[in-house]
Design a protein around this ligand. Sequence first.
Ligand SMILES: Nc1ncnc2c1ncn2[C@@H]1O[C@H](COP(=O)(O)OP(=O)(O)OP(=O)(O)O)[C@@H](O)[C@H]1O
Length: 230
Amino acid sequence: MIRFDDVTKVYQKGAHPALDQVSLEVDRGEFVFLVGPSGSGKSTMLSLILAQERPTSGHVHVLGKDLSTVSARRVPLMRRKIGAVFQDFRLLSDKNVYDNVALALQVIGAPRHQIKTEVPEVLKMVGLDGKERRQMTELSGGERQRVGIARAMVNRPQILLADEPTGNLDGETGLSIMRLLDRINRTGTTVVMATHDQSIVNQMRKRVVELKEGIIVRDQSRGVYGGDQR
Ligand SMILES: Nc1ncnc2c1ncn2[C@@H]1O[C@H](COP(=O)(O)OP(=O)(O)OP(=O)(O)O)[C@@H](O)[C@H]1O
């Protein structure tokens, strides 16, 4: 589903590589936490999967395609198969809940009838039914992140990437978002989540891939946040 073959990413000539010969395979339906200190390369891995960045050397395969063979023109088509959720939500503050989610379908030219059935469905899935007309300013942080997840999932992507999705939320709210991501994973979506949230990683007991200075230093099924707690 996702494969890194000996991937190195150097942003600026002479700089320490953000990723240094990383190889990793993520199978369909897996849930993977990417952990590691700030600057260890977690977001870089997500950007490479989304083809927002290209590797300096090595190959990234997503959904059976070597991204280096996908032309710039075809990258948007590829991205439609991947949902993305961010720490800062990245929602449109002047639009309501419904419109924020509908927009993700409008930009890919989905027909109106599809938008009308799928937006309410995904809002129900994330627990926001009844809040369609609320403005972003009228929502709690947890609710905003649910909108972010609904927007990412409305296309029914096979892969969901999440970069610190609980980073701006308190512990209890973060946990409820985590349960939602877990539920999405159980319905078959492959989830890759970068996080610093120790308690969440320790509670979920999923696969943990730890990065340090651009190198994978641990890859453990049913792992915890810190390697010393094994
Ligand atoms: N666009 C960029 N241009 C130049 N250097 C970058 C860029 N993006 C990341 N880097 C560098 O690459 C390295 C890895 O950064 P990355 O954002 O992938 O780490 P991270 O593990 O996601 O960190 P954090 O937990 O703080 O988000 C860092 O040294 C960072 O400064």
